[in-house]
Structures are given as C-alpha cells and as structure tokens.
Design a protein around this ligand. Structure first.
Ligand SMILES: [Zn+2]
Ligand SMILES: [Zn+2]
Length: 410
C-alpha cells in the first residue's frame, strides 16, 4: 500500500531524479510562527495572580512567540466592581475586550498581542458538575471587535448554554473555539449544545497533555470523519506570567505550553489570523516540532490545505522531533467509520475514535526523523506524534498537524 522511506533511503531516492528538469513543487511560501491563543490577564480575569498584559507579553517575547491572544473571562471582565469580588456572585456587565488598549501598547518587537474573550457562563451557583462551556472567542482578521461594546450577560445563571457563546462569538466576528471541551472540572466542560463552533482546543496547558486532551483529539477526528472542517488548536490557559516552561506542577499553566504554530507568509497580525482561520496549524509541546507536506508532480500542500490532484498516489513527507521516548509518529487516514461512537450530542460523553494508520514509526528522544510515504488518493490525512501507551497525566512531546485534504481534480 505505501512505501515508508527513512531519511537515508529518501535522499538516495531523491538523488535518482533529475531535479533541474522537474523541480519538486513547493507549497506557498511561509514559516511556522508560534502563538498562544488562550492567555489570561488581570485586566479582565479576576482569577489571575495579578499578571498584567505587559508581563504576559514580555514572557511571550522571551519565548519566541509571534502572537498571543488575551482571552479574559467574560464573567469577570464586567464584574470586577461588584461587592463580594467573587466572580460567581456577580452578574456580568461588560464590556468585553477590556485589554485592547494595553494589548496595542504591548505589541511590537516581533510580537502581536490580540484581544479576544473566553465566554465563561456557569449553570448554577450550587453545583459545579453541570457543564455549560468555555468558549474562546478569537478575532478574525480585520479587527472585528473594534467598537464592539456588547456585554455577554451570563447571569442569571443557567441561562447561557455553551452554544449561545459560540453564536455570540461568531456574530461579533470571532473564531469560536470550544476550550478544554472535556475538562475534569465539570462546570467548565462543554455542554455540546451547538456544533457550530469553528475550532476545538485539543491541547490545554493544564496537566500538560492529559487524558481529557486526548478526548478532545478524538472529538476533532470524529468531526473530520463526519466531513466537518473543525480546526484543532491549543492554548496554555496561563493565569500567571511567571510560571516557567514546561510547567513544574500539575495545575500550572505556562505561556506557550502548548504552542499553536501557524503557517504564515509574514508576522503581520492579520496574516497570522487568516492562516489560523484557514486551519494551517500545528499544535503541540513547544519542545517538539512537526512539519508535513503532501505533493504530486505539480503542487504541494501543508496542514489545513487541500491538494487537488489527477494522480492516484501522492507523496507525503514528514519531519518530526520529540523530546521524550515512548512516542510514535502516526499517519492517520481519516475515515467515517473510525468514529466508532459519538455520544457528545446525547450524553455529552467523549467519542471513541479508532485511527486507521497508514504508517507508524517509533521515535527516539531528541532525534530529528524524516519519513516519506506514498498514499493513494483521495484521502484526508492527520499526522501526529503520540504516546505509545494511553495518554495519562503530564504527557510530554505530543504534537499534531491540521488535516490535509487530497481530493480529485475536477
Ligand atoms: Zn476556561
Ligand atoms: Zn481560560
């Protein structure tokens, strides 16, 4: 079915072709820029340690990020002045996006600071087990939130299902991300009241990569299997700028851990956000790296892109490196039947996805590895570096690339 060639063989094989006569097609020019799409500040979140937008930006710059999105909680942005100062007691009064001025001032020197919001309703003040959802709302290109002064009125409690947050975000011009969809903290898990979201946060910084994140990956794969174009993203969810990376404690969240890399032609904010909304992403542990290119004789495509081909076979090239052992590189062909059960829409439970592997290669810690294979068309491919055992707590090294579609030329 497929040819799996390691680096040495690949070079020999490439050497046999006359590359001057028949240049290998390259994908659109760009580079992988590092972003963190889920960052809290004291300006609008009352559960931080006081970290300012400036302090978060300083750390982001030091860690080589090109973009961070400040996503403060809706329910504290507007309720900072209420009497008890306990966010759960205070009706939200808006306005959202309170960090816009600070973010503009903190941008520059290679870093863009954008402002979104994490829509954070609660179902009840009495119980913490009923999910509603936390919806990350990230600006699309063109600064859609400028002049948006709506408040997300997430009180009285119980009146805002997660799906309404998705709707609110999209109406305001944002990219709606279901954050930590299967969080172990029941009230911040998603209630699956709408499937209209644009993206799933498949890697949240709490607990590094954990079993709940793995459930998010399965949900993403089930979305792809049913023909949806859901984007996989990651976010640190950091509330403390000073947390070192990787985060030392289970409940710590370090800026940039995980990183969402975006394939962008420049570090202009709108160029990065356009690549993000197109799904041109790799999500993972910042110590790992992954790149995937699919090509026929004429064109090439990367994560989030579509290759239209008249060929029966296309070539896939993968470069990967992980910092730990016991990891596998997996090339997954997304198939409808591999989403074995998907009870999200009835019970809210996580789906079960059994991946069809076109290739699987054991990775060595710290060892750059190149893999090439041919796959038959049409296909939808997902490539990831994945633990060889079941993902538990504090999983290190996990990284995955946005889906690549290979379709028949019209
Ligand atoms: Zn959250
Ligand atoms: Zn958050």
């Amino acid at each position: 079915m497929h040819i799996h060639v390691r680096l040495g063989t690949l070079l020999l094989w490439l050497g046999c072709t006359d590359s001057t006569k028949n240049p290998r097609p390259q994908r659109s020019s760009g580079q992988w820029l590092a972003t963190d799409l889920h960052v809290h500040s004291a300006t609008g979140s009352n559960d931080t340690d006081g970290s300012t937008v400036d302090e978060q930006a300083e750390v982001a710059r030091r860690r080589g990020l090109s973009l961070v999105v400040i996503t403060d909680h809706s329910n504290s942005a507007g309720s900072m002045d209420c009497e008890t100062l306990d966010v759960e007691d205070c009706p939200n009064q808006g306005p959202e996006f309170p960090a816009r001025e600070e973010a503009a001032a903190a941008s520059g020197s290679g870093l863009q600071v954008a402002v979104g919001v994490e829509i954070s309703p609660v179902e009840s003040l009495e119980t913490t087990s009923v999910p509603t959802g936390h919806v990350g709302c990230i600006p699309r290109p063109g600064d859609p939130f400028a002049g948006v002064d709506l408040a997300i009125t997430d009180r009285p409690t119980g009146s805002v299902p997660g799906g309404l947050g998705v709707e609110w975000c999209q109406a305001a011009g944002g990219l709606a991300v279901v954050n930590h969809p299967f969080s172990i903290a029941g009230w911040i898990a998603y209630d699956w009241s709408s499937d209209a979201y644009d993206a799933l946060e498949v890697f949240n910084g709490g607990g590094r990569f954990d079993a709940n994140d793995a459930q998010g990956v399965d949900a993403w794969l089930c979305d792809l299997a049913s023909g949806r174009e859901t984007i996989a993203v990651g976010g640190s969810d950091t509330h403390r700028a000073s947390t070192e990376t990787p985060p030392p404690e289970l409940l710590d969240q370090a800026l940039g851990f995980p990183t969402t890399w975006v394939w962008a032609a420049s570090d202009d904010r709108d160029v990065i956000l356009a690549a993000l909304e197109a799904g041109q992403v790799v999500v993972g542990d910042p110590r790992s790296s992954l790149d995937v290119v699919v090509r026929d004789l004429e064109e090439a495509a990367g994560p989030g892109e579509t290759l239209r081909t008249g060929e029966d076979w296309v070539e896939v090239e993968i470069d990967v490196q992980v910092p730990v052992s016991q990891m596998l590189l997996q090339v997954i062909e997304v198939r409808e039947e591999d989403c074995v059960t998907d009870p999200r829409w009835t019970s809210g439970k996580a789906p079960e996805y059994t991946p069809s592997l076109l290739d699987e290669v054991a990775l060595e810690a710290g060892e750059p590895t190149s893999v090439a294979l041919s796959v038959s068309t049409p296909t939808t491919l997902v490539v990831r570096a994945w633990p060889s055992g079941a993902p538990g707590l504090l999983g290190d090294g996990v990284i995955l690339a946005g889906a690549i579609q290979v379709v028949a030329e019209e």
